[in-house]
Design a protein around this ligand. Structure first.
Ligand code: UT7
Length: 332
């Protein structure tokens, strides 16, 4: 009998309407369009506005889009995994809130936090449920409202991040397509370079922690850069070698969108032409768990059945990894 694989059968995405430009940011902190474009490659990012709006609202939009595109009914979904670093609340899980908002009633769901590698971790986890024959229709979401943890007085981080959500529907197949291989890594030593100091069980929220602005992202950018640029490139090259893939065999690289220089270094290491690299960092910035599914969403109409695609990411933890996907459908 042919091996059961998990294949992506639809993609949905959502970015908020509000555009935060480099020009507007340079009125808030001492920065410039020239610095941001040359060091990072971001022109603008989207911000979710509105009282009481959170990560689940963006994720629910992406999920509804999948239902509309495919005719899938909410009651057919049997698992929801939401990768996020900015859940609506510490508990309950945002996956459950998304399920409630979209009418999903027959599924179990949970959140997964692996920083910017979250979507890859979630995709891998979801695929195991399908390959084991336990689940048939799984929603894998990558969503983050980064503006909720960004300090807009800190120029070293506030220019980097944006809000957005993407989702994919994962189903079983016996064809030679879907999630073919994965290499996922983590190393907790890196936590000191990228974290949020307060609001967890080690340092609980207090007036003092708020006054000290400890509920925002802390990042030692150059240290993170050093590890990201090596590890994302290494793991992408490694998964190619493991699967006997040459640069010409690849249709697309879908990299996490943290810094154009990291993306370029990864593409170079893989020997893949820049025209095959999905890049939308200039419009959305770093949406953390959202970057990879948002790329798939934007490029969906260009993807063809049988395309060999490498998804790659690096993020807080440290976490990093690559997934080799053989695309399962032609543009509809
Ligand atoms: O997605 C999760 C993983 N995260 C990443 O992969 C991010 C990895 N890190 C990076 O992408 C880069 O390190 C940053 C984009 C965050 C920073 O770029 P950099 O080239 O590493 O800059 P730097 O931190 O070394 O700073 C260079 C200079 C400093 O000034 P001095 O000390 O040389 O006078 C900074 O204060 O640039 C200054 N600077 C800025 N200037 C204008 C830092 N941020 C800004 C800014 N505008 N926004």
């Amino acid at each position: 009998m042919s091996k059961l694989r998990a294949v992506i059968t639809a993609v949905g995405g959502y970015v908020p309407d509000y555009v935060l430009s480099n020009g507007e940011l340079s009125k808030m902190v001492d920065t410039s369009d020239e610095w941001i474009m040359s060091r990072v490659g971001i022109k603008e990012r989207r911000i979710l506005k509105g009282e009481g709006k959170g990560t689940s609202d963006m994720a629910a939009e992406a999920v509804r889009q999948i239902f509309e595109k495919t005719g899938t009914k909410p009651e057919e979904i049997d698992l929801v995994i939401c990768a996020t670093t900015t859940p609506d609340h510490l508990f309950p899980a945002t996956a459950n809130i998304v399920a409630d908002k979209t009418g999903i009633r027959n599924a179990h769901g949970f959140d997964l936090n692996a920083g910017c590698s979250g979507f890859l971790y979630a995709l891998d986890t979801a695929s195991q449920f399908i390959e084991a024959g336990h689940k048939k229709k799984v929603l894998v979401i990558g969503a983050d409202k980064m503006s909720s943890i960004v300090d807009y007085t800190d120029r070293t981080t506030c220019v980097l991040f944006g809000d957005g959500a993407g989702a994919v529907l994962l189903e079983p197949t016996t064809e030679n397509s879907g999630i073919i291989d994965r290499l996922l890594m983590s190393d907790g030593f890196g936590r000191k370079y990228l974290h949020m100091k307060a609001g967890g069980s080690v340092q609980q929220s207090s007036h003092e922690t708020i006054d000290q602005r400890l509920h925002y992202i802390y990042q030692d950018g150059p240290h993170v850069f050093k590890h990201a640029v090596v590890n994302m490139a290494d793991v992408s090259a490694e998964i190619m070698a493991k699967n006997g893939l040459m640069p010409d065999d690849l249709s697309w690289l879908v990299p996490h969108q943290a810094n154009l220089r990291i993306i370029d270094a990864t593409a170079e290491r893989m020997g893949i032409d820049k025209s095959k690299v999905m890049i939308n960092i200039q419009r959305y910035g770093n949406t953390t768990s959202g970057t990879i599914p948002l790329c798939l969403w934007e490029w969906e109409k260009q993807l063809k059945k049988g395309d060999n695609i490498i998804l790659a990411a690096f993020g807080a933890g440290f976490t990093w990894g690559a997934i080799y996907v053989k695309w399962g459908y032609n543009p509809k």
